[in-house]
Design a protein around this ligand. Structure first.
Ligand SMILES: [Zn+2]
Length: 647
C-alpha cells in the first residue's frame, strides 16, 4: 500500500482500526521514546473497558526497525491467538522442575531459590518470545502480503547487528560458522537469517514454527526445552548459594554488634568486637556481591536477547488486583491445562513432535484464511481512507430504467466474443495453463488444461459519478443510474468483467461523501444528498484510483462523469478556483500513477467549462452534449474493454 495520501500516523491508525474491528478490541497508538511494545491499556480497564491495548511505536525509531515494520509486528501480537497469557505459569512449573533435578541446587535458601527461579523463568520466556515473534510475523505476511519483505529486511538488519554484538561480547568468534552457546541467541540467529551462526536444532524449530497456529509455538518451546535446560545446567554447574553463606556472616556481625553495645563490655573487648564486626561485614558484603554476580551472569543471555525480542510479559494476565475470583480461577485452570499439555508433549519423541509441527502448520493456514475473510468482511473500503472521506448512504426514489434494447444487443455481442474466444483456444491451443498441464502429467490425468489465462486476468471498469447538486436536480444522476443498470444487465453473463461505480460530492466542511456501487443491487444508492453539493474532482480522482487498485484483474479503466468544474469548500471557506485547478491537476497525476487508464466525460455543455476541464484532463477528456451521449460513450468503452479482455 502506498501511503502518499495518508500521513504515517493516519496510516498506522487505519491499520490498527482493522485489527480493532476484527478482534473486537480497542487499540491506542502512542509515539514515545524507548522501545516498540504492546501492552494492555490499564487506564481503559479502570473505566471498565476490557480488551484494550496500547501499542508504542518509539520515536526516534529503534535501530534497524523502521516504524511501519514495528507497527505490523506489534499488531501481529494482537492479531493472532497465543498462549502468552499463561506462559508464566508454565515457565514457573518448568523452573520448579528444573531446580529439583539439579543436585547442586539442593538446599538453597528461599531467597536464592526464588531469585534463581525468577531468572530461569526469564530464560524460558526469552526463548519463547523469539519463537513467538517468528510465528506471528510468518502468519501476518500471508494476510498483508507486503509485510513479508518488510519483516525479512528488518530481520536481515537485526542479524548483522546481533552478530557484531555477540562478537564484541565474545559469545561468537570471528569465524564464519561460529555459533553462540545460549539457545536464545541460536534461535535469534536462525530467525535473523544467519544460518551459519545457528545450530541445526534451532533452524529446524524456527522453520517448523513458521506459519503455524499457537499450538505450534508450544511444540517449538517443548522441543527447545532440552537445549535450554542443558545450557542452564552448564551455566549453573558451579553455582553456590552464597546468599546463605553471606547470611551466616551477617549473623556473626550482628552478634558482635550486640556484644559491642552491651554495657558490660569493656574497652578491650570492644576493640575485639569491632574487628570481628568489620571482618564479618566484609565477608558478608563480598559473598553478597558474588551472589549478585552469579545471578547476573546467569541471566545475561536473556537480558541480551531481550534487545532483539522484546518481552511480551505485559501481555500475560498476571495482575489480579481487580480481577474477580472467577477470572482468577479460570486463569489458574488454563495454566494448569497448558502445563499438562506441555508435559504430554514432552513424552513424545522428536519425530512425533515434528509431525505435530506439520499439523499445526495446517491449522495456521486455516487461521490465515479465517483472518483474511474476517478482515474482508469488516474492512469496508473506508478503512484505509483519510478521515474526511465519509462513506455515506444515498438514496434514489425512482427505479432504474434498463435500456433493454441496448442491453440485449450488448449481451449478444459479449456472448459472441466469448464463443469466438473458446473457438480460438480449441484451434490453436496456444493458451496452455502450464501449471495445470504439469499437474496433469504428474497425476496422469487428462483434464483440459487449456484454461483461459487471458480470461482469468479479467478487467474492472469503474464509473465514477459526480453526485453534486446539479447532477441531482437535472436528472442526470438518474440517467447515470439507468446507464449502469443497462450495463449490469448486459454483462450479467460475462464472467471476467467487473463493473463498479461510485458517487461523490462534498460539503462545506470539506468532507467528501462517497457511495460505493458494487453490483446491480446497489443501484438504488445512486442519488444526491442535500448536504453534499460540491464537486471535489481532485478527491474523487484519488479515491477512485484507489478503489480501482483494490480490484481484481489486470486491466482497469476509470470513467469519470461530471457536469461541472471542480468546486471545493474546506471549513466553510471556498478554495479559490486557481488553487483548486492546480490541485486537481496534481491529483490526476497521482491517480494515474495508481491507475493508469482514466477518462473523463464532460457533460457541462458549456464551452468555458469544457475548456477548463480540458486543461486538467487533456486528451483524456471527452466533451459531449448531455448525459445520453455520455451513456452511449460509456457503453462503447465498456464493449471495447470486454473485447479487449476476450481477445
Ligand atoms: Zn514481539
Amino acid at each position: 500500500m502506498k501511503t502518499e495520501y495518508l500521513s504515517h500516523q493516519e496510516y498506522f491508525k487505519k491499520r490498527a482500526n482493522i485489527i480493532e474491528d476484527v478482534k473486537n478490541m480497542k487499540i491506542d497508538l502512542t509515539y514515545q521514546q524507548g522501545t516498540n511494545y504492546v501492552c494492555p491499556n490499564t487506564r481503559k480497564k479502570e473505566s471498565g473497558i476490557t480488551n484494550a491495548y496500547v501499542i508504542n511505536i518509539c520515536k526516534p525509531m529503534e535501530k534497524g526497525i523502521d516504524r511501519k515494520t514495528a507497527l505490523y509486528h506489534e499488531l501481529s501480537h494482537l492479531m493472532w491467538d497465543s498462549f502468552v497469557p499463561n506462559l508464566n505459569g508454565l515457565a514457573r512449573a518448568w523452573a520448579e522442575d528444573f531446580i529439583s533435578r539439579q543436585p547442586q541446587l539442593d538446599n538453597l535458601c528461599d531467597v536464592t531459590r526464588n531469585k534463581l527461579k525468577e531468572n530461569i523463568v526469564g530464560e524460558y520466556r526469552i526463548n519463547f518470545n523469539v519463537i513467538e515473534d517468528q510465528r506471528i510475523e510468518s502468519l501476518t505476511k500471508n494476510v498483508w502480503l507486503g509485510t513479508g519483505v518488510m519483516f525479512d529486511k528488518t530481520r536481515d538488519k537485526l542479524g548483522i547487528r546481533l552478530v557484531d554484538d555477540l562478537i564484541s561480547r565474545k559469545e561468537l568468534t570471528n569465524t564464519k560458522t561460529s555459533k553462540p552457546k545460549a539457545p536464545c541467541d541460536n534461535l535469534l540467529m536462525a530467525r535473523f537469517n544467519q544460518p551459519d551462526h545457528s545450530e541445526n536444532w534451532s533452524k529446524e524449530i524456527m522453520e517448523d514454527v513458521n506459519e503455524s497456529d499457537f499450538n505450534g509455538s508450544l511444540v517449538a518451546l517443548v522441543r527447545a526445552r532440552k537445549y535450554i535446560d542443558k545450557y542452564m545446567e552448564d551455566n549453573l554447574k558451579d553455582f553456590q548459594d552464597k546468599h546463605k553463606e553471606s547470611m551466616k556472616h551477617h549473623i556473626e556481625y550482628e552478634k558482635a554488634q550486640e556484644a559491642f553495645y552491651n554495657p558490660d563490655t569493656n574497652d578491650l573487648e570492644k576493640e575485639a568486637y569491632e574487628e570481628t564486626k568489620q571482618t564479618e561485614f566484609r565477608k558478608y558484603s563480598k559473598l553478597k556481591e558474588e551472589q549478585e554476580e552469579q545471578h547476573s551472569k546467569f541471566k545475561s543471555s536473556a537480558k541480551r536477547a531481550s534487545h532483539y525480542s522484546h518481552d511480551h510479559d505485559s501481555l500475560s494476565s498476571e495482575e489480579f488486583e481487580d480481577s474477580t475470583q472467577s477470572e482468577i480461577d479460570e486463569h489458574e485452570e488454563e495454566t494448569n491445562e497448558l502445563v499438562a499439555q506441555a508435559s504430554e508433549l514432552e513424552e513424545k519423541s522428536e519425530e512425533e513432535l515434528k509431525v505435530l509441527s506439520r499439523e499445526h502448520k495446517e491449522d495456521g493456514k486455516q487461521e490465515v484464511v479465517d483472518m483474511k475473510a474476517t478482515i474482508e468482511a469488516v474492512g469496508k473500503v473506508g478503512n484505509m481512507l483519510p478521515s474526511h472521506i465519509k462513506m455515506i448512504d444515498r438514496q434514489s426514489f425512482t427505479n432504474a430504467k434498463i435500456d433493454h434494447k441496448t442491453a440485449t444487443i450488448l449481451s449478444k455481442t459479449f456472448q459472441k466474443m466469448a464463443e469466438q474466444y473458446v473457438d480460438n483456444l480449441d484451434d490453436t491451443g496456444s493458451e496452455v495453463d502450464i501449471d495445470s498441464y504439469i499437474m496433469n502429467k504428474i497425476k496422469g490425468i487428462n483434464d483440459p488444461c487449456l484454461v483461459s489465462e487471458k480470461l482469468g486476468q479479467g478487467a474492472t471498469v469503474l464509473v465514477s459519478i459526480d453526485g453534486s447538486g446539479s447532477m441531482g436536480h437535472s436528472g442526470d444522476l438518474d440517467r447515470a443510474r439507468d446507464l449502469l443498470a443497462t450495463l449490469y444487465k448486459a454483462s450479467e453473463k460475462v464472467k471476467n468483467i467487473k463493473l463498479i461505480a461510485n458517487v461523490w460530492s462534498s460539503n462545506y466542511a470539506g468532507d467528501v461523501g462517497v457511495t460505493i456501487i458494487n453490483s446491480a443491487d446497489d443501484l438504488d444508492k445512486i442519488g444526491d444528498d442535500d448536504s453534499y453539493m460540491f464537486t471535489p474532482t481532485h478527491e474523487a480522482l484519488i479515491f477512485s484510483a484507489k478503489q480501482l487498485r483494490g480490484q481484481d484483474g489486470r486491466k482497469k479503466l476509470m470513467i469519470m462523469i461530471t457536469d461541472g468544474v471542480p468546486q471545493y469548500y474546506k471549513n466553510n471557506y471556498e478554495i479559490p478556483n486557481g488553487t483548486l485547478h492546480k490541485m486537481t491537476k496534481t491529483a490526476l497525476k497521482k491517480s494515474l500513477r495508481i491507475s493508469p487508464r482514466i477518462m473523463c466525460i464532460d457533460i457541462t455543455n458549456h464551452w468555458k467549462y469544457s475548456e477548463l476541464l480540458r486543461d486538467i484532463f487533456g486528451k483524456r477528456l471527452i466533451s459531449v452534449d448531455d448525459m445520453d451521449s455520455a451513456s452511449k460513450f460509456v457503453i462503447k468503452q465498456f464493449r471495447n474493454m470486454v473485447s479487449e479482455v476476450m481477445r
